[in-house]
Design a protein around this ligand. Structure first.
Ligand SMILES: Nc1ncnc2c1ncn2[C@@H]1O[C@H](COP(=O)(O)OP(=O)(O)O)[C@@H](O)[C@H]1O
Ligand SMILES: [Mg+2]
Length: 260
């Protein structure tokens, strides 16, 4: 019988984060993450000034909030954005009460916010697709960027984000083509390291999609790891070669057979 431990899908962002913390190497790519409560919100905000608050079992960017201390002279204020709406407060208590009211579900995380790079004033993050080959080796089969909607704080395709070539999104930041190639290779290798490590805690996983945020030092941060990543975003690229590879691997791992 299949136990939860052996299932293909692992929903909890908390459990996946805990598993990744077990690797000393991968730890350096993890934004600090805590369970959401009043104490942790205050602690994380004073430490990082900007944090993301999101459902432990979420997807599509739903219910994700970006909270920050408003950079204002004089009296300090707090604000958060959910969807396209920003709300401003003068006390942490009022901020916390409002967040509690607007949460989609009860279990949320508070995570160190990454100041994502922008392209034409819109935030973007990167997605690396890693799949198991029939030889049972993890392979990075695709990489893509996702450009957020100008008025939103998430980059998900299902939240009006636009899938685009990584090379284009990173072009203002990495000019040399050789450096670009090696930077993308580093991300692909990171994806494979993550898969190899996660597999120890979750032996049933077959493919992962890693959301990677890049800051102004070009440091890659693991925002989350999806265990049922959408292969179709790769079909949004003009060049279909990655899409074909991703679909071929998905078929080999039997992903589409289960659906009738
Ligand atoms: N810590 C963070 N720093 C910066 N951006 C973040 C952070 N967490 C989430 N985001 C943004 O919100 C999006 C959705 O968050 P994510 O954790 O991937 O949840 P979901 O399961 O809904 O995709 C990310 O793709 C990214 O654009
Ligand atoms: Mg995501």
């Amino acid at each position: 019988m299949k136990t939860a431990r052996h299932s293909r899908h692992v929903g909890s962002k908390w459990r996946k984060n805990e598993a990744l913390l077990g690797s000393r190497k991968l730890r350096t790519y993890l934004p600090e993450t805590r369970k959401f409560n009043r104490t942790n919100l205050e602690l994380m905000l004073s430490k990082y000034k900007m944090v993301y608050v999101k459902p432990i079992n979420g997807s599509f960017g739903r219910g994700v909030m970006r909270v920050d201390i408003k950079p204002s002279s004089g009296t300090r204020s707090y604000q958060y954005q959910l969807e396209k709406k920003t709300r401003v407060f003068t006390t942490i208590d009022d901020l916390y009460t409002s967040i509690q009211k607007h949460k989609l579900t009860s279990n949320y995380l508070v995570q160190q916010g990454i100041h994502l790079l922008k392209y034409k004033k819109r935030r973007f993050d990167l997605r690396v697709m890693v799949q198991r080959s029939p030889e049972k080796v993890w392979k990075s089969t695709g990489h893509i960027g996702r450009l957020g909607h100008p008025k939103k704080i998430v980059t998900n395709y299902h939240s009006e984000g636009k899938p685009m070539a990584i090379e284009l999104l990173l072009s203002p930041y990495i000019k040399d083509p050789m450096r670009m190639k090696s930077y993308i290779q580093t991300l692909r290798n990171l994806g494979e390291d993550i898969a190899n490590h996660l597999k120890k805690s979750f032996p049933g996983i077959r493919e992962i999609g890693v959301d990677i945020g890049v800051d102004h030092n070009m440091h890659p941060w693991i925002i989350e790891v999806n265990t049922s990543p959408d292969p179709y975003i790769f079909n949004q690229l003009k060049d279909k070669s990655m899409y074909r590879t991703v679909i071929r691997y998905s078929r080999l791992s039997g992903r589409f057979k289960r659906k009738k």
